[in-house]
Design a binder for this molecule. Structure first.
Ligand SMILES: [Zn+2]
Ligand SMILES: [Zn+2]
Length: 261
């Protein structure tokens, strides 16, 4: 299935506890930029702070159903944890999601965003644990469509150089990419860090490797929490997809639709 239209496949509106963007604003911005949008609200079960990063899925569909169209789709971003696989799987049963992102946000019940996660530890230790957790989840979460922001940790890590570099962690990264490719899953090009040339270059090496290991599909998402961030750096993401010979897709009813490159 082909869709001519470009999609921003990752954004958060008010069902995400850290976003104040309304769906009306997201829809309006998508129209303005001629982009389809997929709303992907945060669901991190058993988050250390009660009521944070969870939402009522039935209310989500009830409230947003009227906005749904060919170009406005409804998804979810699941925080993956090895101890919550069945609980996460259960969330999707019988629910009409278009798209499911699987992301690593917490390790050992600590948000990677928190400074104390890094305290007294080396980059090798911390990133090793990050990739081990990601690998275990990618293997077990056979019900996701795409792996979200492989470089998430680089946003928040407290090291002089936080970049996720292929050459520093080739075995871990290969294992993650291979597991995705074998299951014919997509990987996300999260555009949040693409304003940084060095980051874009480091990420490109990872996506190129994904293709070498048999991966074919990418989703492109801004992770916007504000209307003005929707569609940010999409030219750059498309250039990466092209140069790494990966096919951008937007999921609809859990099936990938090809976006013209
Ligand atoms: Zn995320
Ligand atoms: Zn997100």
């Amino acid at each position: 299935m082909n869709t001519g239209k470009m999609f921003d496949t990752h954004m958060h509106t008010r069902f995400s506890t850290d976003s104040r963007m309304t769906i009306e604003e997201a829809v309006r911005q998508g129209k303005k930029l001629n982009l389809g949008i997929i709303v992907t609200e945060h669901m991190d079960l058993d988050y250390p702070e009660p009521q944070a990063f969870i939402f009522d899925i039935d209310e989500y569909f009830r409230t947003y159903e009227r906005f749904r169209s060919e170009t406005v789709r409804l998804g979810i971003e699941l925080g993956m944890r090895c101890d919550l696989i069945e609980e996460n799987r259960e969330l999707l049963v019988g629910r009409p999601f278009d798209y499911v992102i699987g992301s690593i946000h917490l390790i050992d019940r600590i948000d990677i965003y928190q400074e104390h996660f890094y305290h007294g530890r080396t980059k090798r230790e911390v990133y090793g644990q990050y990739f081990e957790s990601m690998l275990a989840c990618v293997k077990d979460y056979d019900f996701i469509d795409s792996l979200g922001h492989i470089d998430y940790i680089a946003r928040y890590a407290r090291f002089a150089d936080t970049e996720v570099r292929y050459e520093e962690f080739p075995d871990y990264i290969d294992a993650v990419l291979r597991a995705l490719a074998e299951q014919e899953k997509a990987i996300e090009i999260n555009t949040r860090r693409l304003d940084d040339d060095a980051a874009a270059e480091a990420l490109c090496a990872i996506y190129r490797r994904f293709h070498e290991l048999g991966g074919r599909l990418v989703t492109i998402g801004s992770d916007a929490h504000r209307p003005q961030d929707i569609g940010k750096h999409f030219d750059r993401a498309m250039a990466i997809a092209r140069s790494c010979r990966l096919q951008p897709v937007a999921f609809k009813a859990r099936q990938p639709e090809y976006i013209a490159l």
